[in-house]
Design a binder for this molecule. Structure first.
Ligand code: ADP
Ligand code: MG
Ligand code: ZN
Length: 357
């Protein structure tokens, strides 16, 4: 008797060469030795001065444009204050009131096979935190290589209705980020992190229920299962006459349950204010136009072209367009004289088999 209401926050590290506000290199968080790509800026030393990474802004523009957002020419960075050992400045430079991109949308295929438009509230730039490793024996290690890595936050409107739709939406965001060469999509490495906000309401009502936010999801399977678990948990509480507590919950990957982590903080708790060490970022129209013109053909357009120009089935077109490099390879094979349908079959059956082997 309930309907789920879900909005997603996605954090994606951007594949720039250097960090968001300093010249340190962005290194692989698993392979690089700890604390080797750091400087006074990303270590939050007193008196350090950040400088905006132009390439990161360009990457963020690509994503905003690909997600059909309005680009805001006038951008302000904001300080989001909180203390944590992985955040040496005790604030994160983010965007708050004036994000780079707003009011976009992304079409996904729903559970029932229909196309559903998920509205995108905002896409903004910020910086990643360091990485903590908690030791079994007690104590924790901190690696600041990740501190200051350019990060994109993509926030949807609460238009998603099930765990499966949350999975469909975020895997499509991942695919687009990979097409745009902004993010590798490597979820095991933590470069793409998805956090659903979940509430339920009686079917037919238009108000919003109290929401919980889920953290620590490291795969699309956990996202779908965690979301469905949370929907069922909230329904049980409401059926018993109780009230859902607004809180941040974790997902236990082996026990497959959610558990309370902390009571949700409000925006006020962060004491947002305009970052005084950075000037407003003015983005001129000509830059937006040139970034837009340079966008690659995106997955939906590619799938439609494969169906129309080559007569492929929707399924085959989707499979080949899944990865931009495979699609480019297929296009080149057809250009070289391959009969489109036979070439598609060959790619899906033979080439993929060889690649797997
Ligand atoms: P915060 O920054 O405190 O997490 P936001 O208002 O920015 O809060 O919302 C974060 C996400 O939560 C958005 O994706 C939004 O769509 C979603 N959201 C807001 N209200 C609800 C609700 N009642 N149920 C489910 N999702 C919600
Ligand atoms: Mg949130
Ligand atoms: Zn640095």
């Amino acid at each position: 008797d309930y309907e789920a209401v879900i909005g997603l926050e996605i954090h994606a590290e951007m594949l720039t060469d250097s960090k968001m506000f300093c010249g340190c290199r962005v290194v692989d968080s698993v392979e690089a030795s700890p604390n080797t790509a750091v400087c006074p800026v990303c270590l939050g030393m007193p008196g350090m001065l950040p400088v905006i990474n132009k390439r990161a802004v360009e990457f963020a523009l690509r994503v905003g444009l690909a997600l059909n957002c309005e680009i805001q020419p006038h951008n302000i960075f904001a300080r989001k204050s909180y203390f944590y050992p992985d955040l040496p400045k005790a604030y994160q430079i983010s965007q708050y009131e004036l994000p780079l991109a707003r009011n976009g949308w992304l079409d996904i295929v729903s559970d029932s096979g229909q196309t559903r438009r998920i509205r995108i509230r905002r896409v903004h730039m910020e910086e990643d935190t360091g990485k903590l490793t908690h030791l079994e024996a007690g104590g924790s290690l901190v690696d600041y290589n990740r501190s200051g890595v350019p990060l994109l936050e993509i926030v949807s409107e609460p238009d998603i209705r099930s765990g499966e739709e949350a999975r469909a939406y975020s895997s499509k965001i991942r695919q687009i980020l990979r097409y745009l060469e902004v993010n590798s999509g490597d979820m095991e490495k933590g470069v793409l992190r998805v956090e659903p906000n979940i509430s339920i309401r009686p079917v037919g009502s238009s108000g919003f229920g109290i929401r919980t936010e889920l953290k620590n999801l490291n795969s699309f399977r956990s996202l779908a299962d965690g979301t469905d678990y949370e929907i069922a948990r909230q329904a049980e509480i409401l059926d018993a006459g109780g009230e859902v507590v607004q809180e941040t919950r974790g997902w236990h990957d082996t026990r497959r349950v959610t558990f309370s982590q902390r009571i949700k903080e409000e925006a006020d708790d962060y004491r947002y204010f305009a970052e005084p060490d950075l000037p407003p970022l003015e983005i001129d129209e000509a830059w937006i136009v040139s970034v837009k013109a340079a966008l690659p053909e995106l997955p939906d357009a590619k799938i439609a072209r494969f169906e129309q120009a080559y007569g492929l089935s929707a399924y085959d077109a989707q499979v080949i367009a899944e990865d931009r490099e495979v699609a480019a390879w297929y296009d080149a094979a057809v250009d070289a004289g391959g009969e489109p349908k036979r070439t598609a079959n060959w790619v899906i059956n033979e080439l993929f088999r060889l690649m797997n082997e």
